[in-house]
Design a protein around this ligand. Structure first.
Ligand code: DAH
Length: 356
């Protein structure tokens, strides 16, 4: 066989081998390696070409053409395979990055107000709409505002019922205490009005923390109260009942029958405890209302003349009504919460369920 033919055969074998390997290459990377090994400067095609020098000059162009054609074939084959592999790799990537738009989303949790704060807000909003002003007072009170001015003098048995937390007095100083109810805000707002040269009408709603040394399923040493009062000329028990009826129906978002049951509070005369028709059994009788059909929700009455006197309001000219309620208790009744302590344990499962 002539040198030329031998070279041709070698080139053809090389080309077939390359084409075979190109079509079997499984990745773009592998293909790139093959391109270098066949067509690169130090590639196999180049090394075959080294034999060209041994050919007589007139045969060299022949083999040159042959080599160029072979290069062309290999390049085309490479490009084709490259396009095919690129497409394949793209499909694999798309498949891997596929997004299932039917999957349910991850919910982002949003904070919410504590259920007691929600209750306070709802309750004050109702009185604001009726034109009541919002007031507040200190949690550390003195005996005058918490007791004396509210017609609960020293030695009065009602004091003992308040389970008061006292601060130790320094020497002769009068003892301070954690307020046991929000009623002292009545004294503070009425007195501030009178001291400023003002006079009734006064219509006020006050909310805040109160403290009593008591702890069980329905009692917590700290809880919240809402205090409401109105003082003007000719205020009667009918005004009290009207406001109570409106407030309780608005808060429970339905018409709730109420009744006023005679009671005793030192700071009101007459006094009444207020019951609502049981929101759980609709007066058929259940465990919560102990079969009576009624649930006690708050204390109320006509402000005692002695209380008006203690702040300098003339009780022969003015009269007023007042009532006070436990916020947690009302929230429990509205949402059927069985244990007061849930409000203070801050278990997020409870708080989330109560989230607005
Ligand atoms: N201060 C009373 C308490 O905490 C509740 C109360 C009863 C408030 C009658 C009032 C009222 O304003 O008139 O036990």
């Amino acid at each position: 066989m002539s040198e030329l033919d031998a070279l041709k055969v070698a080139l053809k074998t090389l080309q077939d081998k390359a084409l075979d390997e190109f079509s079997n290459a499984e990745s773009l990377q592998a293909l790139q390696v093959l391109r270098v090994s066949y067509l690169g400067k130090k590639g196999e095609l180049t090394s075959v070409l080294k034999g060209v020098g041994k050919l007589p000059p007139k045969e060299r162009p022949v083999i040159g053409q042959f080599v160029n054609a072979s290069k062309q074939t290999l390049s085309e084959s490479l490009e084709k395979r490259e396009a095919c592999l690129a497409l394949k790799e793209k499909q694999v990537r798309i498949e891997a990055e596929r997004i299932d738009v039917t999957l349910s989303g991850r919910t982002s949790s949003k904070g919410s107000l504590h259920p007691v704060q929600q209750g306070l807000n709802e309750m004050t909003a109702i009185f604001s709409q009726l034109g009541f002003d919002i007031a507040e007072g200190p949690e550390i009170e003195d005996e005058f505002h918490n007791f004396d001015a509210l017609n609960i003098p020293q030695e009065h048995p009602a004091r003992a019922m308040h389970d008061t937390f006292f601060f130790h007095p320094d020497g002769d100083e009068k003892a301070n205490l954690l307020r046991t109810h929000t009623s002292p805000v009545q004294i503070r707002t009425m007195k501030a009005c009178v001291d400023a040269g003002g006079e009734p009408p006064l219509a006020v709603v006050a909310t805040g923390r109160v403290y009593r040394c008591d702890y069980d399923v329905t009692h917590s040493p700290m809880f919240h109260q809402v205090e409401v009062f109105k003082v003007d000329k000719n205020i009667s028990l009918a005004h009290l009942k009207g406001v109570l009826q409106h407030f309780l129906s608005a808060y429970f978002e339905k018409d709730v029958p109420i009744r006023l049951r005679p009671h005793y509070f030192p700071f009101t005369e007459p006094s009444a405890e207020v019951d609502i028709a049981c929101v759980f059994c609709h007066q058929k009788g259940c465990r919560v209302c102990k079969g009576s059909g009624w649930i006690e929700v708050l204390g109320s009455g006509m402000i005692h003349p002695n209380v008006l006197k203690s702040v300098g309001i003339d009780s022969t000219v003015y009269s007023g009504f007042a009532f006070g309620l436990g916020v947690e208790r009302l929230v429990m009744l509205k949402y059927g919460i069985p244990d007061l302590r849930l409000f203070f344990e801050n278990d997020v499962r409870f708080l989330r369920r109560m989230g607005a």
